[in-house]
Write a protein that binds this ligand. Sequence first.
Ligand code: ATP
Ligand code: MG
Length: 556
Amino acid sequence: MDKENVVSKNFIEKIIDEDLAQGKYTKIATRFPPEPNGYLHIGHAKSILLNYGLAKKYNGTFNLRFDDTNPMKEKTEFVESIVSDVEWLGAQYDGDIKFASNYFDQMYEAAVLLIKKGKAYVCDLSPEQIKEYRGTLTEPGKDSPYRNRSVEENLDLFERMKNGEFEDGSKVLRAKIDMASSNINMRDPIIYRVARMTHHNTGDKWCIYPMYDFAHPIEDAIEGITHSICTLEFEDHRPLYDWVVQEVGYEHPPKQIEFAKLYLTNVITGKRYIKRLVDEGIVDGWDDPRLVTIAALRRRGFTPESIKDFMELIGVTKSNSSNDYAMLEYCIRNDLKPKAPRVMAVLDPIKLVIDNYPEGEVEYLDAMVNMENPDLGYEKVPFERELWIEREDFMEEPPKKYFRLFPGNEVRLMNAYFVKCVSYEKDENGKVTVVHCTYDPETKNGTGFTGRKVKGTIHWVPVHHCKKVTARLYENLVDEEKGVYNEDGSLNLNPNSLTVIEDCYVEPAIEKYKPGDSFQFVRNGYFCIDTKDTTEDHLVFNRIVSLKSSFKLPKK
Ligand code: ATP
Ligand code: MG
């Protein structure tokens, strides 16, 4: 077999293979369990694609479940955005969307069962006291004076907690495990608290809510999840996860497996930070194209394929490290290269006049839509006497090795003719305003002209047959080398993260496309028509990525 096609399995796949071989499970079931308290980001995409990918690979099932057990920060807006992001990534979930809050009854029952088994008790210590009694990493904790309440008393108190007889925070239900455990998570963790909060799904039905470490394993077990994949910071919680599923008595308990979170250089992940940028108006909402929320990546013009390719390149590991943002850019370039139509657009225009081309005449020239993909066919481009070219494609006094336009030099106009610079005009500030050329009708593109050679080819847009658009160029919001944080802990933001170009000209072929479509603006990068700010009569483009790459795939 071709060596390069032997893809080694990641450590999670090895665990699953073993479990299946030993007959622990007959079919695997995974899930993605977001808390609906913000928009998903590129890190979540990793978790989604990992869980979905495993289910697909092993012919198992994949659930989308909202971990909505903390009503404080959760909102329906986030539920909707998360569903659409998961679908956009192509992760098809099985059955209905699940909500942890639909299991509140079962969680309550499980808590009652633990009380009956003598494995849970109601504790009246204040939050401060609980913390004090918990001990430290080096010292064991102390038993709560309420630890030995009778089963009957606990059952009665817990029911009254549910019925709203006690103040918020006045009583909690705790698992009775081991106050001397070397793992602090096992020192009688709180599993239920009194909190009068209206829940987006269950309304005011409950005034007690389960804690994450108790709720999560139960949610997994109820759904028959076999491999509960989470990130490394939960490693120390695994003994508690196992304790819960065992004590509640599930027959086929799920297994928790941890992997390293995705970190990317020069971007901001972490809901808390993104939320701050949104709340403080530093960015234009959760889908501002400078962010790496999934909504922002989509709006910027990233494709699900490019994100999948990226996740495959970086793999799944068990140790934390940072991945280069340039690698994600490499993936989107690679994906768009054969797919995206190539369009001529001038971002920094200067006028070029062809003195010997008849005034008022227009001819339609053939241009390949994408040189690397002949299947996309040809497009007609109008050509006329006055054209826009890039300011940087003309120089009055060029340095050595500058092959574009300068007085006396000849270049090829892409898909059109050779033109030779004969003169130029300047305004009172010395700024060049017009470049004059003559063209050679014999050099028309596609005529088989094999005469002289020119070293430079430049792109252009016809002045009277083009579309004026807005283009937005982006740089990363933060720069690792300059330091992501200031001394006071605030973010050290890049002041040049957004450049808006209002007078950008594009060839008229652009008119048949719609918001969300992507292009290569030749020589200028890949752009996408913005879905939010584009109107009927004005197109706004986001630059997805430039053409130049600072990243190379490591050689195998
Ligand atoms: P954040 O840290 O950004 O606030 P979170 O972990 O609080 O995110 P959840 O909604 O709780 O967000 O996460 C849903 C799932 O996504 C969890 O299983 C979590 O482990 C996973 N996840 C979150 N961030 C990353 C990341 N950077 N890389 C991989 N998986 C992640
Ligand atoms: Mg979380």
